[in-house]
Write a protein that binds this ligand. Structure first.
Ligand code: BES
Ligand code: ZN
Length: 456
């Protein structure tokens, strides 16, 4: 329960006021911003990025664990107690070798695709067409010991593979129903899979025509070297408690992901957001607030937002109710990216974008908003918490590449984001602003620009 009794819509009014007063920021708000702005040391952020991006921080590896320890130490040095939330996930490394051959097609160069979570095996058997691979498609077929040829569509790849395997097939070929090669996923590991490869629509149709003209075909499917591993990743949580006498029950989350993709040092994606989260935690460590601020760095974002899903799932109904906003910073420091933008999952503005826009107009310039998922704000939005991703768009060419390194990081970009997110968070967390009521309800009309931007 939010304890402070408030006039509903009061903050909305003050936000609207803040918005309409973009040209002339309210002097007291600017004075409060200064408590944040004057404390931010961009060199801290820069140094943290440099430290974290010495090597890739792939979730589940020892380099992620080193990053986690580094982050914990930093939070602790600012006086925070930290919590480490661990969660299990599956990581998959694709096959090292795949092969496909069909009798009578010795000269064909097969255009093959693979499926994430696909299993290894070497199978030779009669090729049998099994339609879309739905349960009903397989009733009259004897697939025992055979290779099932299945068309893409209607049900998932995983269900096609499992249905065929249940009907006795020892391997599966799925061909496309559109142009190009399929590089799909089976969604997760399952004991019911048999080796599966993907084929283009044209090549699948070619085989289908042969089978339909009653030609018997023998196919060989080989998948080797694929590996599914269960790993552990972590979220790091540092909580700034509100002042005992001023606690209004509100919670705000400031987050970023500390993991990176394989081969990428992830200086911008997302050591930049992690380092800015740490700096805001340092800046706010001893500032009186009426709102609890949870600074969180998430693991395994690059594996499907796994850390933020794990965290969002661990929240109680009461915590969800009391969490008025989630600020995600992801890729906030590239000198080669575009302007700062706030993305919400549904493309609508919310409390977080309102606070961000107001802070932007007080401190630097108009910050637009648009629609995008693809980061840790998504799981929070899905459970009804107003959330936004702060990112520069269009993104830099170094995204997910070995070139995502410290030399591409701009201190000016970092400074601006730290000020805007810091100013926005402090506006709601400082004791003299009223608690938000109805934060989970979209606020009334606020006048700032909507802009869809090119991402890449
Ligand atoms: N930082 C990116 C997200 C991003 C990139 C957002 C470009 C907007 C523009 C993030 O780390 C990422 O790469 N996310 C994945 C999605 C996730 C569900 C695995 C992506 O976009 O491929
Ligand atoms: Zn990212």
């Amino acid at each position: 329960m939010i304890k402070k009794s408030v006039i509903p819509f009061c903050l909305m009014a003050s936000l609207t006021f803040g918005m309409t007063a973009y040209a002339e920021p309210h002097p007291s708000d600017s004075a409060f911003d200064n408590k944040i702005v004057k404390r931010i040391k961009v060199d801290n952020i820069y140094q943290t990025i440099e430290d974290l991006s010495a090597e890739p921080r792939v979730a589940g590896t020892s380099s992620e664990r080193n990053a986690v320890k580094y982050i914990e130490k930093k939070f602790q040095s600012y006086g925070y107690e930290t919590e480490r939330q661990s969660f299990e996930f599956y990581s998959y490394s694709g096959p090292t070798d795949i092969a496909f051959s069909v009798s009578g097609f010795d000269d064909t160069d097969w255009e093959l695709g693979t499926f994430t979570y696909g299993v290894n095996g070497s199978v030779t058997g009669e090729l049998v067409y099994a339609g879309l691979g739905r349960e009903g498609d397989l009733d009259d077929l004897d697939l025992h010991g055979k290779v099932a040829l299945i068309k893409r569509g209607e049900i998932s790849f995983a269900d096609k593979v499992k249905n065929a395997a249940e009907a006795g097939a020892e391997a599966v070929i799925i061909f496309n129903n559109a142009s190009g090669v399929i590089n799909g996923t089976l969604g997760g590991p399952d004991d019911g899979y048999v080796p599966a490869l993907a084929l283009t629509r044209e090549q699948g149709q070619l085989l289908l025509e042969k089978l339909e003209s009653d030609e018997a075909l023998t196919a060989t499917v080989e998948v080797e070297g694929a590996e599914t591993k269960e790993s552990t990743s972590y979220n790091v949580i540092a909580t700034k408690k509100p002042d005992k006498h001023k606690d209004n029950g509100q919670i705000v989350i400031v987050g970023a992901h500390h993991d990176s993709v394989e081969g990428a040092p992830g200086a911008n994606d997302d050591a930049s957001g992690t380092a800015t989260t740490l700096e805001l935690a340092r800046v706010m460590a001893n500032m009186p607030t009426d709102t609890e601020i949870r600074f969180i760095t998430f693991g395994a974002e690059e594996n499907g937002l796994l850390g933020s899903y794990a965290y969002a799932e661990s929240l109680s109904e009461e915590e969800i109710e009391n969490t008025v906003g989630m600020f995600q910073m992801d890729m906030v420091g590239s000198r080669d990216a575009g302007k700062l933008i706030m993305y919400t999952v549904d493309g609508e503005k919310n409390v977080v974008t309102d606070l961000g826009a107001a802070a932007g107009s007080r401190l630097s310039e108009t910050v637009n908003y648009g629609q995008e998922g693809r980061s840790d704000h998504v799981p929070f939005a899905e459970i009804g918490i107003p959330a936004a991703l702060f990112i520069h768009a269009p993104v830099e060419p170094w995204y997910h590449s070995p070139e995502d390194t410290i030399d591409k990081i701009s201190k000016d970009k970092l400074q601006e984001v730290a000020e805007i997110v810091g100013g926005a968070v402090y506006q709601i967390a400082r004791p003299d602003t009223p608690a938000l009521e109805n934060a989970h309800v979209a606020p009334g009309p606020v006048d700032y620009d909507f802009e869809e931007r090119e991402l890449e």
